[in-house]
Design a protein around this ligand. Structure first.
Ligand SMILES: NC(=O)c1ccc[n+]([C@@H]2O[C@H](COP(=O)([O-])OP(=O)(O)OC[C@H]3O[C@@H](n4cnc5c(N)ncnc54)[C@H](O)[C@@H]3O)[C@@H](O)[C@H]2O)c1
Length: 591
């Protein structure tokens, strides 16, 4: 086993595993002691003479939401440099279709002496039950352009007695993994949406899911309403134009978010796909998340400005770009014209001649072409303004995004047409689809619902206790799921940051992830167990459904809390039992 990370290899050489995974340390120790498993940082030690090379390196999120394949490329290059004979290169990293071709190309370019066949063999294991999942998979998928190589890889799995699907080209195998993940995400978003409806009609989402899951065509898995995952990206003092009861006014995103959460609807000035111009469209969702890092101030000609996170997408005159990719050669769309009842008219107005001169009529892209059409207002139009500069500055606080149905844009008072963010996760597949000129509507809906879900527990908390300032809030669980100490994409991070930003005192307890969390969020008070977490607290939020939380002495917990409030982000407790004990209890989709 080769890893470029020296620290990890040093631990493994001592038969220690650098992360928490049940049973893995024992498996590593047993196989290392019997010399079936060796560890090194050197490809020269590992590759020469090998029959197979398995690539399982990280594929983090890259620019525009697509997977960052640089580690896969580097591993392929190192394999090519050290292979001494024919080789089957198996790709186990989660990668989009066409990556196998890139790996083949690297191998061919870097080593013309020996032939390497690339086979895709996606991995479906879940952290927390990785060994069980790997040893007893529901299916094994392999695919390669060379049938012989694919069959050779399939043979390795025969002892597992699992169904093996060999696909005749590599792209199909690669796609199975992405499609499976997107489908699972869709199930979670689906049940989260059902949960929101359940809350409004007094139905119990957990039992609804149980009732659905008994149908063999549906099945019970991945139907747990819960916290979800997400992202958004404009700073809170950014303003947009809002129309309520016929009155138009500028509102900061921060205020608008609070209004929407309080159930006050609004129409915001946005690009209207139907009319091709800008108009007031109903606001469907406002989201907030905590953000720490650089934000970018983008200034354009005419002194318009917008401040956003570097991954915020913009339509430019040529193509969609992220804020961090923008430069002074780019043009951004700006809303221009007369807006009835709008006192901020001067902010938006660009002289008709200038607007006409700057309006692009040559673009081939549908979006750009649509932006050019003027319809709804007498002189409504969208023109293009040149970027003057893009300046980074450090930022720590909440960032916001708005969702306007169908449009995916809104207009800031600088007049700039701004987009909402690409959400996370299924993002890579969606970004791939967009690259091939397909707009994946369902994937976008799946991501949007997931994005909003994690702030729901905070909304419920706000509704239940009177203000968050100085309140002691305990987070039961920090890892993104039980039986792991993995914090990547963990909702606990965002939830803790938003609570801290609101002035709450936040405590955290997790059976495995405390050590990893401490350097990331030193402001949390870490406790030795769930009982210490609860003592004197104003509320507990269940973030991770660790088994031990199901078996806590809840009577003791209730007695020790200052106010007995439990927001159960994972629906692990029975509402009636919790209420009988005396808790103010709120679940997801079962209030
Ligand atoms: N974690 C899961 O549950 C899971 C499940 C299925 C698939 N996957 C996929 O498997 C891949 C690995 O996931 P992970 O969770 O183990 O990631 P990870 O980041 O924990 O581990 C990847 C390792 O690759 C090493 N690495 C990076 N570049 C290298 C190079 N050029 N040569 C050798 N080593 C290199 C890193 O040092 C790191 O230790 C990803 O593509 C992931 O999507 C993960």
């Amino acid at each position: 086993m080769v890893d470029v990370n020296r620290e990890k290899i040093d631990l493994l050489l001592k038969h220690q595993v650098p992360f928490y995974e049940p049973g893995l340390a024992e498996l590593v120790r047993r196989n290392a002691e019997s010399h079936r498993l060796r560890f090194t940082t050197s490809y020269a030690d590992a590759v020469p003479g090998a029959e197979y090379a398995i690539i399982a390196v990280s594929t983090p999120e890259g620019e525009g939401g697509e997977a960052d394949l640089s580690y896969v490329e580097a591993a392929a290059g190192s394999i090519a440099d050290h292979m001494t004979g024919p080789l089957v290169v198996v790709n186990k990293s989660t990668v989009p279709p066409l990556t196998g071709d890139m790996v083949s190309e690297v191998l061919r370019r870097r080593n013309s002496k020996h032939v390497a066949h690339v086979v895709s063999n996606p991995e479906f294991l879940r952290e927390g039950s990785a060994i069980q999942d790997f040893m007893h998979p529901d299916r094994v998928v392999v695919g390669g352009h060379d049938r012989g190589a694919a069959e050779k890889v399939a043979k390795l799995y025969e002892p597992l007695m699992a169904p093996i699907l060999i696909t005749p080209n590599i792209y199909t195998a690669e796609m199975v993994k992405y499609a499976s993940n997107a489908f699972l995400a869709a199930r979670i978003s689906f049940i989260n949406e059902i949960a929101r409806i359940c809350e409004r009609v007094d139905a119990d989402a957990k039992l609804v899911a149980e009732g659905m899951g008994l149908d063999k065509r549906i099945g019970p898995h991945y139907l747990d309403a819960g916290i979800g995952y997400g992202g958004s990206c404009l700073v809170g003092d950014e303003t947009v134009l809002v129309r309520r009861d016929g009155v138009v006014a500028a509102s900061t995103l921060q205020d608008l978010y609070a209004d929407v959460r309080a159930g006050v609807g609004a129409h915001v000035l946005a690009w209207n796909r139907e009319s091709g111009g800008v108009g007031y469209l109903p606001l469907s969702v406002a989201t907030m998340r905590a953000y720490e890092g650089d934000v970018l101030e983008i200034r354009t000609a005419g002194d318009r400005r917008v401040v956003c996170t570097p991954d915020h997408p913009f339509v430019t005159r040529t193509k969609m770009k992220l804020a961090r990719e923008l430069n002074p050669l780019d043009w951004l769309p700006v809303a221009v014209g007369q807006f009835p009842g709008c006192e901020q008219l001067s902010l938006l107005q660009v002289g008709a001649e200038t607007a006409a001169a700057r309006t692009s009529r040559s673009s081939g892209s549908g979006l750009n072409a649509d932006l050019d059409r003027s319809v709804e207002f007498d002189v409504a139009n969208t023109a293009w303004v040149r970027i003057r500069d893009v300046r980074p500055r450090p930022y720590s606080g909440a960032v916001y995004s708005l969702e306007v149905p169908g449009a995916h844009t809104f207009v800031t008072t600088g007049g700039l047409v701004t987009h909402n963010c690409f959400p996370k996760d299924v993002k890579a597949l969606a970004a791939l689809a967009e690259r091939f000129d397909y707009h994946p509507e369902l994937l976008h809906a799946v991501m949007d619902i997931n994005r909003d879900q994690r702030m729901l527990v905070i909304d419920k908390l706000r509704e239940t206790i009177d203000g968050l300032h100085d309140k002691v809030v305990g987070l039961l669980g920090l890892a993104f799921k039980p039986n792991t100490d993995d914090l990547r994409e963990a909702p606990s991070l965002d939830i803790a940051k938003v609570l801290l930003a609101a002035g709450a005192r936040v405590r955290g307890y997790d059976p495995a992830a405390m050590e990893r969390m401490q350097p990331i969020l030193p402001d949390l008070e870490y406790t030795k167990d769930a009982y210490e977490l609860a003592a004197g607290a104003d509320a507990l939020i269940v973030i991770t459904e660790w088994n031990e939380f199901r078996h806590l002495d809840m009577v003791r917990i209730k007695a020790s809390m200052r106010t007995p409030v439990v927001i159960d982000g994972r629906n692990i407790y029975v509402p009636s039992e919790m209420r009988d004990i005396g808790f103010t209890y709120r679940g997801i989709g079962r209030d």
